[in-house]
Design a protein around this ligand. Structure first.
Ligand SMILES: Nc1ncnc2c1ncn2[C@@H]1O[C@H](COP(=O)(O)OP(=O)(O)OP(=O)(O)O)[C@@H](O)[C@H]1O
Ligand SMILES: O=P(O)(O)OC[C@H]1O[C@H](OP(=O)(O)OP(=O)(O)O)[C@H](O)[C@@H]1O
Length: 208
């Protein structure tokens, strides 16, 4: 492995293709990589680790990967001791509170809410700043089902096109924030592989 070799944790799933587009655009890779069963892929001067989105900061924080690509939503939910090098711009979505239209007036008056979410820390912090107590129901997906079935009064989830909310007759109550993909870096790698990383950042600033 030469000194130019960098390791990068890439999120599988929704952000995968755009992450590769980005790597191609800045010339770090010249051929596409398939999202298959192979989890370590050497391409160009990079070693890619294909991991779950929520695991990207874990690999970077622990120094197993020098760099990572991850949604801001993940970093807000699980803060990691890493450098945030660059906002890559893709993977835009909103983090929002949503629920049934009929409950909206009660929502605005509530001092205690039952909230279903995949983002318990974001939800807790948001409502606690507003002085609202929460009972959290942590789910792993299809969160929109919770208010429909009475499991919660509202949800905190990602909204991109708004289609999932619409198809389930839910509305956005409030926006908490937005999220885009971020390039993150291990703190030690930033020093020990400074030359390669700064070269990458310079290219990125020229091209993006
Ligand atoms: N509409 C959206 N819904 C979910 N994630 C989105 C959306 N738009 C952009 N993203 C970004 O994509 C990331 C999630 O990707 P993906 O949906 O593949 O993973 P996941 O749902 O966390 O994983 P898995 O489905 O494997 O449990 C989010 O962290 C966010 O940054
Ligand atoms: O506004 P939209 O464009 O409809 O996107 C939002 C939906 O996409 C995500 O779910 P995902 O597809 O990742 O499935 P999941 O519910 O299993 O997490 C998110 O949790 C919303 O449910």
């Amino acid at each position: 492995m030469n000194s130019l070799w960098l390791t990068l944790a890439v999120p599988k799933g929704r952000l995968f293709e755009e992450s590769l587009d980005f790597l191609m655009k800045i010339g770090l890779i010249t051929e596409r990589v398939e999202e298959g069963r192979k989890l370590v892929v050497d391409v160009g001067s990079l070693r890619l680790y294909l991991v779950k989105p929520f695991d990207v900061p874990v690999y970077v924080e622990n120094g197993v990967a020098d760099l990572g690509i991850v949604g801001l939503d993940v970093l807000l939910e699980r803060p990691a001791d890493v450098y945030r090098l660059y906002d890559l711009g893709f993977g835009f979505c909103r983090i929002a509170v949503a629920g049934r239209p009929e409950f909206f007036e009660d929502y605005k008056k509530s001092t205690h809410l039952k909230v279903a979410t995949k983002y318990p820390n974001i939800a807790r912090e948001f409502f606690s700043k507003k002085g609202i107590k929460t009972s959290l129901v942590v789910l792993n997906g299809s969160v929109e089902l919770a208010p429909l079935l009475g499991l919660s009064e509202c949800i905190v989830d990602l909204v991109q096109t708004g289609r999932t909310l619409k198809e389930n007759n839910l509305i956005v109550y409030e926006e908490i924030g937005t999220s885009t993909a971020q390039l993150i870096c291990n703190r030690v790698s930033y020093r020990t592989k400074r030359e390669s990383i700064l070269k990458l950042v310079r290219t990125l600033l020229e091209v993006c």
